[in-house]
Design a protein around this ligand. Structure first.
Ligand code: GLC
Ligand code: MN
Length: 360
């Protein structure tokens, strides 16, 4: 039962409970041959069956799909392969970025009315597949090209309002079709840039602002899917973004990975480059009581070989567990006392001690 009423009579999503670190999901797009504008393809293309087996081997219990990898028309067949692999579908998402040239300039907030309508249509279609065939638990809307690239490209007020309106149209339809009990929680995944120069929404704050532009009765059905690397690109502390989403009751899902800072969407393994980010993220997920499936959104490294198709995912799962062990070295009473005294020096000492495992 995806939505339940809380004591105050508000609809809140109910996600399947999994103790943190016992259930992981990754996308079929997280395994692949690589290649792109600046690199040759490195690895062979795998079949769906091989991809699912690779996800399972890497430690995943669940899988994620774009509608381009798992078209609604083939969903039954694909679901049989997922079942055969011993996996479940946790998340699904309509691809509003690679479908066609009309999506180069936005989707729900596009200045082109036909593109806005097509975005709504494709989203409804895949929500239907997610509910009826995949038994998915969350729907993600990644804004991709929604935003702008230069001066005067969009009417800014319309961009944000129309993005909210598109989501509202989807939620209204979903509620009339399935009712709150079967509705799929929608998680907006923000990113500050790439492919467009200014993505909208760009970060957790903008995501909450877009949700606030929706009518009261539709807002409970929409939350966030925050991604580590996207937050780093926005110059944010990922753990703080998680805290903001949780304070608003909107931390519906997470995409963990890694990056090197204000760069591009590197999709490194969780814990790569800055293991401290991983430790603080896991600790914060525990603090906010996140207890459902953990999403991993990583790409193989450009040097990964055919045998390493799923190495980034497997390393992310191991790093999650390593980070959880390191975070367990924190004595919550000591941490809270240091915070309450605003003792930054003491907090820095604690951080180095638990991260290095050396008392000093
Ligand atoms: C794309 C994005 C990724 C997002 C996914 C689902 O693959 O790169 O960050 O999570 O789509 O929307
Ligand atoms: Mn992601």
């Amino acid at each position: 039962m995806p939505f339940n009423k809380d004591d105050a009579g508000r609809w809140v999503p109910v996600f399947p409970r999994h103790e943190l670190g016992t259930a992981f999901a990754a996308g079929v797009w997280n395994i692949g041959p690589g290649g792109g504008r600046f690199a040759p393809a490195m690895r062979p293309v795998l079949s769906l069956e091989e991809t699912l087996a690779g996800l399972k081997d890497a430690g995943c219990t669940h899988v994620e799909f774009h509608d381009t990898e798992a078209e609604s028309a083939d969903a039954e067949k694909i679901m049989a392969a997922v079942n055969n692999a011993g996996l479940k579908v946790h998340m699904c998402t309509a691809n509003l970025f690679k479908r066609g040239p009309e999506f180069a300039n936005g989707n729900f907030g596009s200045p082109v009315a036909a593109t806005r309508a097509e975005s709504v249509r494709r989203t409804k279609d895949y929500i239907r597949t997610g509910i009826e065939v995949f038994g998915a638990q969350v729907y993600v809307y990644w804004m991709s090209s929604n935003g702008f690239g230069g001066p005067f490209q969009v009417n800014y007020k319309d961009l944000y309002q129309q993005t909210a309106d598109g989501l509202s149209e989807v939620v209204s339809w979903m509620l009339s079709e399935y009712g709150p009990e079967r509705a799929l929680p929608i998680a907006i995944e923000p990113k500050p840039n790439e492919p467009v120069s200014w993505g909208a929404p760009a970060d957790c704050g903008e995501t909450l602002a877009v949700i606030s532009l929706m009518p009261d009765e539709l807002r409970p059905f929409v939350g966030t899917n925050l991604e580590t690397c996207h937050s780093l690109m926005a110059g944010k502390r990922y753990a703080a973004e998680l805290g903001l989403a949780a304070a608003a009751g909107k931390c519906f899902y997470v995409h963990l990975n890694g990056g090197t800072g204000l760069k591009f969407d590197e999709d490194l393994a969780f814990g790569d480059n800055d293991f401290g980010v991983a430790v603080e993220s896991v600790h914060t997920l525990q603090e906010i009581g996140y207890d459902t499936v953990v999403g991993i959104d990583v790409q193989p490294l450009s040097t990964d070989t055919a045998a390493q198709q799923n190495a980034s995912i497997a390393r992310s799962v191991r790093n999650f567990r390593r980070a959880r062990e390191v975070a367990a070295r924190i004595d919550a009473a000591e941490l809270n006392a240091l915070r309450a005294r605003a003792d930054r020096a003491g907090l820095s000492e604690l951080y180095a001690r638990i991260l290095s495992g050396v008392d000093g």
